[in-house]
Every structure is written in C-alpha cells, then in structure tokens.
Design a protein. Structure first.
Length: 294
C-alpha cells in the first residue's frame, strides 16, 4: 500500500518536472527566436543604412565628375552636391532606426531625381558644345588653306562681329518727300509749286528685323533748301567728334516689325529749286531723297 502511494507521488513529481522542463524548453526556444529576429532586424537596418550611404556617395561622385567638366551649370551642380554631402552627414549621425531610414530614403530619392534631371541638361550642353566645336574646327580647316591659324581666327571674329552688327541694323526704305498745301479745312493737297506749299512731308518705312534690338528709336531728319540752308529746328547734336544739324527728329517704338513713319515740316515762302532730305540714325546717313519745287 505504501509502495503504491510512493510510486504515485513519484509519478506526479516526474510529471510536474516534465511539464516544467517542456515549459523551460519552449521559453528558451521563443527567447532564442526573438533574439535571432532582433539580430536579423538590426543587421538588416545596419546594412540598409550602409546601402543608402553608398548610394549617396555615388550621387556625390556623379556630381564631382560633372562639376569637373566646368559647364555653365557648375554653380547649380555644386549646390546640389552640397545637399548630398549634408544628407550623408545627417545619416551617419542618425540611430539608423526604421523610421529615420525611411525618411532618409525619401530624401535620397528626391536628390536622385534632381540629379537625373540635371545630368540630362549637362548632356544637352555637352552635345551643343561638341557641335559648336566641330563647326569651328571645320571652319578653321577651310580657311587655313590661304591664311595661318591666328589670322583666320582674328579675321573670322572681326567678320562675325561686322555681320552681326550689320544684320542688326534697321533698314530705312521707301523714303518719300514732297510739298503740300494745307487748307483751312485741314485737307492736304500735294503740289510742286513753291508759292502754294506751306508743308513739307517726309515719310519712310522701317523694315522688319528679328535680330535688331527693340525699343525706342530716334531718327534725325535734315531738310536742306535750294540755298543749302537747313530748314526747321536747325538744332545741332554731337556724336563723338561729329556734329549734325537737323530739321526735326522723329521717335518710333520699334518692336521688330515693319513701321511706317510720316511727319510734316511746316514752313513759309519756300524757294523754287531742288530740296534735299536726309535721314540719319545718329551720325549715320541711312536714307536720302530729293524733290523740286517750281
């Protein structure tokens, strides 16, 4: 009887110990799994941080190479590179947790997008520079047959400057001059009689020019009578070492389109004979005409 009780107690103790052992093993297994998971997460986070740093270093290297090419975009490239360097410094000091890494990844992607856009612009500039260089080299080859390199380069620059200057000048066309009788009604009647004329009319056209500088343009009109006298205001203006006596000025707002100009010069007792009309752009004579009164 006592043996049976002893065996029962022993079995109960063994059962309890077995349950405790199984519980301990399960706890140890769970703890080991959590430690491994935490280690894996920490290792993964650390690796991800290093990857983002590596990507930022690649961005910086790309900017360094582009800046070394010394394009017209150098200032903008330098500014963007400094943003990359700043983000690298912030990331290195960060704890590297998942939340902060997500923030830095987002900033990296924005910087990468900006870099891709800038690199496309750099490539366009490089191609344009290459095309210009190729064209210049071709021009040098053609001209070197008759002149040495330095003479060609100087001559080419001078010729280009002259061409641009000439092309940007405005052309004064269709200069028309004549005498008119202004009636009390305001009506003007053209005449070739000196005794009837009391107005001289000057009109001309400024031609369209897309490469000329737009803005206000002033022309000096000089009307000379049969006795070589300048009619009208008889004002004098200086242009450097040159002076010009003119009858009147006319101002035009030029917007690179054709403009018609017309202005009257009132007068009394016009003499018979030939009158000369000159139009000046500053000191340069750009158009001239004449008419005769009987």
């Amino acid at each position: 009887m006592e043996n049976q009780k002893s065996n029962s107690s022993l079995k109960a103790i063994i059962l309890v110990l077995s349950i405790l052992l199984l519980g301990s093993l399960f706890y140890i297994f769970k703890l080991t799994t959590e430690v491994k998971t935490l280690h894996t997460e920490v290792t993964s986070t650390k690796t991800e941080k290093e990857n983002v740093l590596l990507d930022l270093q690649k961005l910086k290297a790309t900017y360094d190479a582009a800046i070394a090419e010394n394009t017209s975009m150098s200032d903008e490239l330098i500014a963007e590179r400094e943003k990359v360097v700043g983000l690298m410094a912030q990331l290195e000091k960060s704890k590297g947790d998942v939340a902060s890494l997500a923030k830095y990844k987002q900033k990296f992607l924005a910087l990468q997008t900006k870099m891709n856009s800038l690199m496309q612009e750099v490539e366009v500039l490089k191609k344009q520079n290459q095309a210009l260089t190729t064209n210049l080299d071709s021009t040098k080859v053609v001209l070197t047959d008759s002149k040495n390199y330095n003479q060609v380069l100087v001559g080419q620059n001078e010729e280009l400057s002259k061409t641009v200057e000439k092309g940007s000048k405005l052309s004064v066309l269709n200069l028309k001059t004549g005498a008119y009788k202004l009636k009390s009604s305001g009506k003007q009647i053209e005449t070739d009689k000196a005794s009837r004329a009391n107005i001289l009319k000057v009109s001309f056209t400024i031609a369209e020019n897309k490469i000329a500088k737009s803005g206000d343009k002033t022309y000096y009109i000089q009307v000379i009578d049969t006795k070589n006298n300048v009619l009208g205001d008889k004002s004098t203006v200086e242009f450097g070492s040159e002076s010009l006596t003119y009858s009147f000025t006319t101002s035009v707002k030029y917007e690179n389109k054709t403009v018609n100009v017309s202005q009257d010069l009132p007068g009394k007792k016009f003499e018979k004979g030939t009158y000369f009309v000159n139009v000046f752009d500053k000191s340069e004579l750009v158009s001239k005409s004449s008419f005769t009164l009987k």
